[in-house]
Design a protein around this ligand. Structure first.
Ligand code: CUA
Length: 165
């Protein structure tokens, strides 16, 4: 079969591009163990506010010394609205919603997850620079969507008081 030169060039370019895309995805997933920031943990949205997994809400330290942040999204607030975490420390966020889907976004960081009623989204990140970060809602959730915000204070590790503001 005669295939035109240009046709052949494009076919091979596409083949190489696909190999690169699949290869880099496979390298990230299996080689570097990078996975989507989520896991399947369910929760009853009606009782999320009193669920023991969100008690106490906000920042806490587990017996192994790891820092956790538990946040509940509801129309139109993040609970709690103020969080203080140490810089340069891995922090695991647990986020859920009691009503509709919200978008938990720590602006200008890679901390981001959907707050989906019925599920607990989880991701771990750390903040290298101390400062004040805005937590916004990036999923349109109703008339008060634009007002749905919270504040994250990142303080130097030696000034951090175990989650108390
Ligand atoms: Cu919550 Cu937009």
């Amino acid at each position: 079969m005669k295939v035109d030169l240009y046709e052949r060039v494009w076919m091979w370019s596409v083949a190489v591009m696909l190999a690169l895309f699949f290869g880099s995805t496979a390298a990230a997933a299996f080689g570097r163990r990078i996975h989507p920031p989520s896991h399947i943990e369910t929760i009853d949205p009606k009782t999320a506010l009193t669920d023991p997994r969100f008690k106490p809400p906000g920042v806490s330290v587990d017996p192994q010394g790891r820092v956790h942040v538990r946040v509940i999204g509801l129309m139109f607030a993040w609970l709690p609205a103020e969080l203080t975490v140490p810089a340069g420390t891995p922090i695991t966020f647990h986020v859920t919603s009691t009503d509709v889907t919200h978008g938990f976004e720590i602006v200008r960081t890679n901390g981001q997850a959907m707050a989906i009623p019925g599920y607990i989204s989880q991701f771990t990140t750390q903040f290298t620079r101390p400062g004040e970060y805005l937590i916004a809602c990036n999923e349109y959730c109703g008339v008060g969507h634009h007002a749905m915000a919270a504040r994250l204070h990142v303080v130097p590790k030696d000034q951090w008081q175990g989650g108390r503001p």
